[in-house]
Design a protein around this ligand. Sequence first.
Ligand SMILES: Nc1ncnc2c1ncn2[C@@H]1O[C@H](COP(=O)(O)OP(=O)(O)OP(=O)(O)O)[C@@H](O)[C@H]1O
Ligand SMILES: [Mg+2]
Length: 236
Amino acid sequence: MLEMSHVTYAYKLRRRQKKTALTDVSLQCEPGIFYTIFGPSGSGKTTCLSLMGGLDQPEQGEIRIDGKRIGEIGENKLRRGYVAYIFQDYQLFTYMTAVENVMAALQIAEPRTKRHDLKKRAEEILFSLGLDAREIERRVTRLSGGQMQRVAVARALAVDARYILADEPTGNLDSAATDVMIGLLRELVEKWNKCVVVVTHSLRVRDASDVSFMFSDGKLEETVQMQTAGRAGGKG
Ligand SMILES: Nc1ncnc2c1ncn2[C@@H]1O[C@H](COP(=O)(O)OP(=O)(O)OP(=O)(O)O)[C@@H](O)[C@H]1O
Ligand SMILES: [Mg+2]
C-alpha cells in the first residue's frame, strides 16, 4: 500500500515566500486498483503525484510504501522495484529506438542481464502493448503520440514497479487513443496487479477508474468510489 498521511507541501518562492500547493492530504492506494486524481488546474494534482513518486519530499506529514517511509527506501530501490513514474511528456530518450528505450529501463532494474536477453524482454513487453516489429526499431521521435505513450508504459513495466504513477497520460490523445490507453491502464491493474494512479482532466479516464480522488485548492475534497460493478477488479 502507498499511504500519504497529513501531507502538506509548499513550493519555495523568492525571499522566504512560499506557495502552499497541498494541505493536509491523506490517502491510500493499493495494488489491483486503478485510481485517478481529478480536479481543476492548479489544484495540486501534479504536486501530489510527484510526492507519491518520491520526486520531492513533503514539508509535513509522511508517505509510506508497503509500510516503509519513502526516505528510508532510498532512491535506487524506489526506482527499481517500487515506483514507476510516467511523465506527461514521456521523457523518452529521443535519440533511441523504442526497443532501446525499454532496454535502458530494464538495464536499470537488472544491470547484470546480457544485452541479448534485455532485447528479447524489451521486445516482448512492446509487443504485448501492441507495437509491431518495425515500430519498435524506429526512433521514438518518429512514432505517433499514442505509440510514444505506449513506449513510456513499456518502460514503466520494464522496471517491474508495483506502483505506476502517470501524469496526464492521455493529455495529448484523441478519444480513440484515450480508450486504448484506458485499456492498457486497466490491464496493468487487472492482469499484472499493479496499483495505477493517474492524474487526469478527462472524465472518460476518471469514469474508467475504480476510485477517484477529487482535488480542489490543494485539498483532497472527496474520495469517490466509481461505478465498477462487473469489472474483474471490484476489490476494495
Ligand atoms: N515550481 C513551482 N513553484 C511555485 N509554485 C508552483 C510550482 N509548481 C506548481 N506551483 C503551484 O502549486 C499549485 C499546484 O500546482 P500543481 O502543478 O500541483 O497543479 P495541477 O493540479 O497539477 O494543475 P494542472 O492541472 O494545471 O497541471 C498551483 O497553484 C501552482 O501554481
Ligand atoms: Mg499538473
